[in-house]
Design a protein around this ligand. Structure first.
Ligand code: C5P
Length: 208
């Protein structure tokens, strides 16, 4: 059973994917972390994230980098979104994601192109969305809890810039697969969103 969870930044897809993995007893891969590691490695190498050759060289990041808590920062998210437009980077990260999806017993992967490119044969595809206002508010509360001072307007502008880049890139743009089910978490709390996702996956996999 392969479960694909795609959607924009701060839509709730990561939380939902982790909960689905727990519920169905499957391993989970946050594919955004791979792009974040490439973005961070370009920075470490002193390269330019917009340069395809620099970004491709950074795909050889050491595995230990995936455990670095700095990967979760907004700044690294921005770098990830810049390196992820390069087709060479997407191809370099493809095999690792594909192998994870194909492991015996199945897997849950979350990202932007799981249902369209990495695992088009997935038995359940969710496309998680939420309004910019709801997503910005969630990020704002998260950052406040970490004691970081950022305005709601700045966060919303950053989310919109990242969404635009992810949707408009030529290679594997963010879009729902034709057979994906949309889940709008704008008005849902965490537990309600998780319960709905589990119910949807149960329904989708029962049909398969
Ligand atoms: O999901 P997360 O915010 O960690 O992803 C960071 C960035 O990595 C995204 O904005 C997107 O540009 C890129 N990404 C991608 N394809 C994926 C996962 C992430 O292009 N499957």
């Amino acid at each position: 059973m392969i479960i694909a969870v795609d959607g924009p930044t701060a839509s709730g897809k990561g939380t939902i994917a982790k909960a689905l993995a727990r519920h169905f007893g499957l391993p989970h891969l946050d594919t955004g972390l791979l792009y974040r590691a490439v973005g961070r490695q370009v920075e470490v190498d002193g390269g330019n994230p917009d340069d395809p050759a620099d970004a491709l060289a950074a795909c050889a990041f050491p595995d230990a980098l995936l455990a670095d808590p700095d990967l979760r920062s907004e700044a690294t998210g921005g770098l990830a979104s810049r390196v992820s437009v390069h087709p060479g980077v997407r191809h370099a990260l493809y095999e690792r994601q594909r192998q994870f999806a194909l492991q015996p017993g199945g897997a849950v992967l979350d990202g932007r192109d799981i249902g369209t490119v990495i695992a088009p044969e997935a038995s359940a595809k969710l496309f998680v969305i939420a309004s910019v206002a709801a997503r910005a508010q969630r990020r704002f509360l998260e950052m406040q809890a970490q004691g970081r001072e950022v305005s709601l307007a700045e966060i919303a502008a950053d989310l919109e810039a990242r969404d635009r880049r992810d949707r408009e890139r030529a290679e594997a743009p963010l879009r729902a697969a034709p057979d994906a089910v949309e889940l709008d978490t704008s008005a849902l709390g965490k537990e309600a969103a998780i319960a709905l996702a589990i119910a949807l996956v149960e329904k989708l996999t029962a049909k398969a």
